[in-house]
Ligand binder design. Structure first.
Ligand code: SAH
Length: 294
């Protein structure tokens, strides 16, 4: 099994790459991948080296700073609630002349969720009736369609959005807001993100998908002044969602989709929701990830 990921905007095609190989327990795959990208890797490659052992290689254009990588790994394992023993070994090697970008482009497959097809700009997609194509340049911000939580939210949007207004909290690439705008061309769509770069990318993606003039993108989060919406989607993380719950519930006229939640965190979320007199209507699952619809 080989899985490659890269950040094309950061690809300078240097002559030499430095690969940082990390051996790990498969449970830590996502956490290590995330940590390497956070530490400045331009791409990663995952290989199964033995039973219950993966090797993720992070590709860097300069010698990776071990201390930075170690700190990012530590933080990622903490976020994912994993023991430090799930990362086994780390070593650096030099790699010569690999055309990363070409390899990576070839490895990228469109993601299909219901009527939605999420694909990079260069992918050729067969014309099928009813499908809604969303073009996202991968590697720019969170939300390329490959993450379980994005897929869960897309499925929930198709199921629960009946037009009217949609609010996307933590829009990343803008993928969910674009999906809602494509599903209902007359809908009012608003999207926010605390990350200014994500909003710039989301705006560009909105334009590239010809829905730029129908989505209001803004830097920030939700507060008492946020306009309410028929469907609100918050694909954040449990620790961010919990303190935002009263505001998220207050801005929801119809349904609220909460994701970025791990199976092990469902009970905590249900307890907090119950304190606001709200119960869960449906739980959607993909691997260890869930989306709660309330
Ligand atoms: N909606 C996309 C991206 C989800 S990633 C998808 O489903 O794929 C979560 C995004 O939320 C990140 O871009 C992050 O910058 C943003 N974020 C984190 N905390 C936030 C907050 N309190 N309010 C708004 N956005 C937030």
């Amino acid at each position: 099994m080989t899985d490659t990921k890269a950040q094309p905007d950061r690809m300078a095609q240097p002559e030499h790459w430095f690969a940082l190989d990390v051996d790990l327990d498969p449970v830590a795959e996502e956490a290590v991948d995330y940590a390497l990208m956070e530490a400045g890797a331009l791409g990663t490659e995952t290989n199964e080296t033995a039973e219950r052992n993966l090797r993720i290689s992070g590709y860097f254009s300069m010698t990776p700073e071990r201390e930075l990588v170690r700190a990012q790994l530590h933080e990622a394992l903490r976020i994912y609630g994993l023991p430090s023993s799930s990362v086994r070994e780390m070593s650096v090697r030099e790699v010569k002349n690999r055309d990363w970008l070409a390899e990576w482009k070839e490895s990228w497959q469109p993601v299909r969720v219901g009527r939605f097809v999420i694909a990079p700009p260069w992918a050729k997609i067969d014309d099928l009736p009813d499908q809604l194509i969303i073009r996202i340049e991968p590697g720019m911000a969170f939300g390329t369609g490959t993450h379980e939580t994005t897929k869960l939210c897309l499925a929930a949007i198709e199921q629960y959005f009946a037009g009217g207004s949609f609010l996307d909290v933590g829009t990343g690439t803008g993928v969910l807001a674009i999906a809602a705008a494509k599903l209902f061309p007359t809908a009012r769509v608003e999207a926010c993100d605390t990350d200014i770069e994500a909003i710039e990318i989301a705006r560009e993606n909105g334009v590239a998908n010809e829905v730029g003039n129908r989505i209001t993108f803004r830097v920030g989060s939700v507060d008492d002044t946020t306009a309410s919406a028929d469907l609100v989607c918050a694909n954040l993380t449990a620790d961010v969602i919990v303190p935002l719950l009263p505001i998220l519930l207050g801005t929801t006229c119809g349904r609220l989709i909460l994701s970025g939640i791990l199976e092990s965190q469902v009970e905590i979320l249900e307890t907090h929701l119950a304190q606001h007199g709200v119960s869960v209507l449906q739980i959607k699952r993909d691997g260890e990830w869930v989306a709660l619809i309330v």
